[in-house]
Write a protein that binds this ligand. Structure first.
Ligand code: NIG
Length: 413
């Protein structure tokens, strides 16, 4: 199908060929065209420009008049755990009573609780539960998503999760990237033999994941009480040997060494960074690794926010993602994440749009195909309702503002 969107009040995040990852100050530039049109053919963005430049030769099967509305590239949510079984609202009650994330985990709750639920859920059921969240995030404006395993914690259940992620990528219109996160927590059976679990990940899980081509990335939760720097180092190295690129959960609860080990392995991103300091900023500034900030988890766990402003001063590329998961962020709404980033980390609207689109795309290896309005890129866009400005989006933090979602050039109903 071909679609022509006309009379667009503002076409946002318009970029020429091969738009680069945005670092530091570059994140303040958001290129827009007022009074614009956008042409989509065969799932691809083929043309755009000012209305005055539009040729009048009936070029599309469907014409959408977007008077008063804006058009954005779909969000690129580059860190999620959205395949999980059930929910953990009972731990939310524990949290209200004052228990911390780590205390809940030590009691066998947290990730281990989700692993138990997932073990007792069939692959088909798990897929259908995840698809409800997929539909939810599409309606929130997301067009590309990274999804991690990590609630299996044994070979068969990790593979089950990754097969569900593959099925989502085939059966939903989202562009999906899969990450193997066997190193998310130590399962009960290895509580007195942590080295044994690391060995199982390296010798059993990684080769199976690679053989079946179920993931492109490998992740580890490098944190006190979870995986040490040495564990993470060995796991990422084993992943690299099997062609899996690194990404790391780093410095979420402490100065864990996750940033340094991630950079050592040329990680595409290191995520969280609540406990990152000047040392880690310098390390990131001298690397190609993206700082992936997840303020939804910081909010939900009631912690101090990462220093986004310092990172931007250090010329680090910053991305934003939801971290949609049942324990630290049961929310897949990129718009709310952008509002948090503005309010709590003092990022500007221009910075948060760059972080949630082009930098998010780069944070999952999609920089050349997603994350901007560029000729030849995948036609993943959304049309807003009638809004006064793009700043209105992070400002009105809970109002649904999306009118029409277009993914791969098709209207999502
Ligand atoms: O990124 N920190 C580790 N993983 C998730 C939480 C997962 C869970 O609690 O289920 C996070 O916050």
């Amino acid at each position: 199908m071909s679609i022509l969107i006309t009379n667009i009040k503002k076409l946002v995040q318009v970029e020429g060929q091969n738009p680069p990852l945005r670092r530091g100050k570059q994140m303040s530039t958001l290129n827009c065209i007022d009074s614009a049109f956008l042409l989509i053919k065969g799932g691809i963005i083929t043309d755009y420009g000012q209305m005055s430049e539009l040729r009048r030769d009936g070029i599309a099967e469907k014409v959408i008049d977007a008077s008063g509305k804006m058009v954005f590239p779909s969000f690129c949510d580059s860190h999620t755990h959205l395949v999980y079984a059930g929910s953990r609202e009972m731990e939310f009650m524990d949290k209200i009573r004052g228990l911390s994330y780590q205390e809940i985990a030590r009691r066998g709750g947290g990730i281990l609780n989700s692993a138990k639920l997932l073990h007792n859920t069939s692959e088909d059921d798990l897929f259908h539960q995840a698809m409800r969240r997929v539909d939810e995030i599409i309606r929130f404006g997301t067009g590309a998503v990274e999804i991690k395993s990590g609630y299996g914690l044994n070979t068969e259940d990790e593979l089950k999760m990754l097969r569900v992620i593959r099925r989502i990528s085939k059966e939903s219109p989202l562009t999906v990237k899969a990450t193997f996160l066997g190193a998310h927590a130590f399962p009960e059976r290895y509580k007195d033999n942590k080295a044994g679990y690391v060995k199982e990940i390296i010798e059993e899980m990684i080769p199976r994941v690679a053989q079946e081509g179920l993931a492109e990335y490998i992740d580890a939760f490098c944190e006190e009480g979870f995986f040490s720097v040495e564990d993470t180092d060995r796991i990422l190295e084993a992943g690299a040997k099997c062609g899996l690129r690194a990404t790391v959960h780093a410095n979420q609860m402490s100065e864990s060494g996750g940033v340094e080990v991630g950079v050592k392995h040329d990680a595409v991103s290191v995520a969280h960074l609540e406990f990152a300091t000047q040392r880690q900023f310098k390390c990131l500034a001298n690397s190609k690794t993206i700082a992936n900030l997840l303020p939804g988890a910081t909010f939900f766990l009631e912690m101090a926010y990462p220093s986004a402003r310092r990172m931007i001063e250090y010329d680090i590329p910053v991305a934003l993602a939801t971290n949609y998961n049942p324990g630290s962020c049961p929310c897949g709404d990129m718009k709310f994440i952008m509002s948090l980033a503005c309010l709590k980390m003092k990022m500007t609207p221009e910075e948060v749009f760059n972080a949630a689109t082009i930098n998010g795309a780069y944070a999952m290896g999609l920089g050349t195909t997603h994350g901007s309005i560029t000729r030849g890129k995948c036609a993943n866009v959304f049309i807003t309702k009638d809004i006064p400005s793009y700043e209105f989006i992070p400002y009105s933090f809970s109002t649904p503002l999306i009118d029409t979602v277009i993914l791969n050039g098709e209207i999502y109903e």
